[in-house]
Design a protein around this ligand. Structure first.
Ligand code: ATP
Length: 192
């Protein structure tokens, strides 16, 4: 595994970003597990038929605004220009080639960790990148190899689905999302 600016990658659709996501990003930085954390915004997969995501750029802008005063945390649109769907192994390969001065680390939830062996090129990822696993409800973290760190982080009981539903029902969301996200949703009448 390479050395360099330790850059933690926290991927998601962030539709929208909420306080549960922020708690993870902050904990990674505050606990010194990485020098920077990038919120890697997953682009809309054109072949996925289930749910229409909010526009890629808009999700990226909302996340960028929300973390602009958070030291060492930023949003990244890097995957927008990669072939879709974005497989983590492919993204990591590209990032490592484009940023040779950085060491990339993966930030994933315990729910994903239990299924990690099913990920495309799981062995390549584990052999080349350190992973930070954060706790999720009802998801015990077992079989932890040396390249994996368990994040000590509060569990915030919120999801983007919940936020979108609250907006649809005309209910307040301010306690669940950063102010910048609440503002944009209101100003642009999103999720109605
Ligand atoms: P949705 O409800 O639309 O499925 P989400 O809230 O799960 O969205 P994602 O953008 O899919 O948000 O989240 C990115 C990552 O953050 C996922 O791996 C997800 O498991 C994790 N995550 C989501 N909500 C929380 C939370 N409250 N605490 C910790 N992790 C979370």
């Amino acid at each position: 595994m390479s050395e360099g600016i330790r850059t933690a990658l926290f991927g998601g659709t962030f539709d929208p970003l909420h306080n549960g996501h922020l708690a993870i990003a902050q904990s990674v930085i505050e606990q010194g597990l990485a020098d920077e954390l990038w919120l890697l915004i997953t682009p809309c997969n054109p072949w996925k038929v289930n749910r229409q995501l909010l526009d890629d750029r808009l999700r990226y802008e909302m996340a960028s605004q929300a973390v602009k005063d958070l030291p060492h945390v930023c949003a990244s649109d890097y995957e927008f220009n990669l072939p879709k769907p974005s497989y983590t192994a492919n993204t990591l390969r590209h990032l490592s080639a484009d940023y040779p001065d950085r060491e990339f680390l993966l930030v994933i939830g315990a729910d994903n960790w239990v299924r990690f062996n099913n990920w495309k090129e799981a062995d390549y990822i584990q052999g080349n990148y350190r992973t930070i696993v954060y706790p999720r409800q009802d998801c015990p973290i077992t079989d932890v190899p040396q390249c994996v760190t368990i994040l000590d982080c509060p569990m915030v009981n919120v999801s983007s689905t919940q936020i979108r539903n609250l907006v649809k029902e005309g209910k307040p969301i301010d306690e669940f999302v950063p102010a910048a996200v609440a503002r944009t949703i209101k100003n642009l009448n999103l999720y109605l």
